[in-house]
Design a protein around this ligand. Structure first.
Ligand code: ATP
Ligand code: AH0
Length: 393
């Protein structure tokens, strides 16, 4: 037997596995690296987070990715170069993290890598009947495997699409495993570049689980901060707090048909961009708005779209647990509390899940499933095992 398959067979049979989950999200702030230990699979997974780090991206790298990120027209050579470069670069960052933690690459059984989404095009976006849902993550797994010497599983989203989904959100698999509690209706709300949530019903019925994108999380707030303040994001909501919400613009921002589409649905910065904001300004008949008022309005927009979705679709008594960088945006969280009449909104720390690490843990879990799990049917999501295998040799 091919020695790669032999080693794959050996790792898949190990009762306990050490895996690294990698997430590089739409905010492009850095690479999240989670080192985890797993026993078992599916609903019987025992999991432990051993180490977590976010290694921030340098400005130059962010600019290179922004050249092709969520653009309909991009330099194909740049895409090709970045695909190989990011695979190798993420491999280097893993080696740095392992050295810092004093862990040998040989002690890690697998890497599960999300890659970098550069374009997400569900049918609701591209509207071309002859084409399927589609999405593109770059940062090829072979480069990671060869650079680190560790078996790498990558490109998880294609199988979800092939099975009838939109390629996202994949959070539901991890959320069900880590977040469910009998007797409690729960909402795990991730506010990253895009906001998404998983509803976990109190009776544990997997058919009732809902996992969907909702709309913009930080993506528009970040884009406005970059454009008008030369800052990557609105740290501690200082800009939003210094402005006022423009109600006409807010109404126009909320009027897009995406918000009326039935869940599950997905979206990205391809739709929610500064061009979207310009269109909304026109719709509202608004010529001028101060940059501070714009950031306040976009922050309220994030909170209002999330609250509207929850009020219209989910039980009112659900307990909410937030994660993602947007959970640190107090303006957004306070608006949410106000709109939902919620006394408290927790973050996933209350569930013993590091809110910054949650998505990287999710991919490690998906890697563990790819190696030795079985397809799971949850809600209307495709029952598929996701991920492609890359070998070091
Ligand atoms: N202290 C803070 N105050 C306000 N906003 C913050 C703060 N810290 C982080 N953020 C927001 O969180 C963002 C990063 O979030 P995160 O890393 O969860 O996104 P991501 O993983 O790239 O997104 P996605 O889940 O959509 O792929 C920043 O760009 C910023 O908007
Ligand atoms: C195509 C893509 O990269 N989508 C991301 C993005 O970031 C948040 C939201 O949009 C979510 O749908 C997804 O990521 C998470 C990890 C998911 O699949 O659950």
């Amino acid at each position: 037997m091919n020695q790669n398959l032999q080693s794959l067979f050996r790792i898949a049979h190990k009762p306990e596995k050490i895996g690294i989950g990698l997430m590089s999200g739409t905010s492009l702030d850095g690479l999240d690296i989670a080192l985890c230990r797993f026993k078992g699979n599916g609903l019987n997974t025992a999991f432990e987070l051993l180490q977590f780090i976010t290694l921030p991206y340098e400005e130059h790298f962010k600019q290179e990715v922004h050249e092709v990120f969520s653009r309909r027209l991009a330099d194909l050579e740049k895409v090709t170069l970045l695909n190989a470069f990011i695979g190798n670069f993420h491999g280097e960052l893993i080696l740095q993290a392992l050295a810092k933690w004093d862990v040998k690459p040989a002690d890690v059984d697998f890497i599960a890598s999300h890659g970098q989404t550069i374009y997400h095009a569900p049918k609701s976006l591209h509207k071309q009947a002859e084409y399927p849902n589609a999405t593109l993550q770059i940062g090829d797994g072979d480069h990671l495997a060869v650079k680190t010497g560790i078996l790498t599983i990558s490109d998880f989203r294609q199988k979800h699409i092939a099975g009838g989904g939109e390629g996202a959100p994949l959070a539901l698999y991890g959320d069900v495993l880590l977040g469910s509690k009998p007797g409690e209706d729960r909402i795990l709300l991730n506010i990253g570049g895009i906001a998404n949530l998983t509803y976990l019903p109190a009776d544990g019925d997997l058919n009732k689980v809902i996992c969907t994108d909702i709309g913009p999380g930080n993506t528009l707030i970040d884009a406005a901060c970059r454009e008008y303040f030369d800052r990557p994001y609105d740290k501690d909501s200082l800009i939003a707090l210094s402005g006022n919400v423009n109600q006409d613009l807010l109404k126009a921002l909320l009027s897009h048909p995406f918000f009326k589409e039935k869940a599950p649905k997905t979206t990205g910065p391809e739709l929610f961009s500064l061009a979207y904001v310009e269109d909304a300004k026109q719709l509202a008949g608004l010529k001028d708005i101060s940059a501070e008022d714009l950031v306040s309005t976009l922050s309220e927009f994030t909170a209002k779209s999330i609250a509207d979705f929850i009020k219209a679709n989910l039980p009112a008594n659900s307990k909410i647990f937030t994660s993602g960088g947007g959970a640190k945006n107090q303006f957004v969280i306070n608006c949410l509390k106000h709109l939902l009449h919620a006394e408290s909104i927790f973050n996933t720390e209350a569930l013993d899940i590091d809110p910054d690490a949650k998505e990287a843990i999710l991919f490690a879990l998906l890697g563990n499933e790819a190696l030795s799990g079985e397809p799971m049917k949850i809600g209307t999501n495709p029952a598929v095992l996701m991920g492609k295998f890359s070998f070091p040799l």
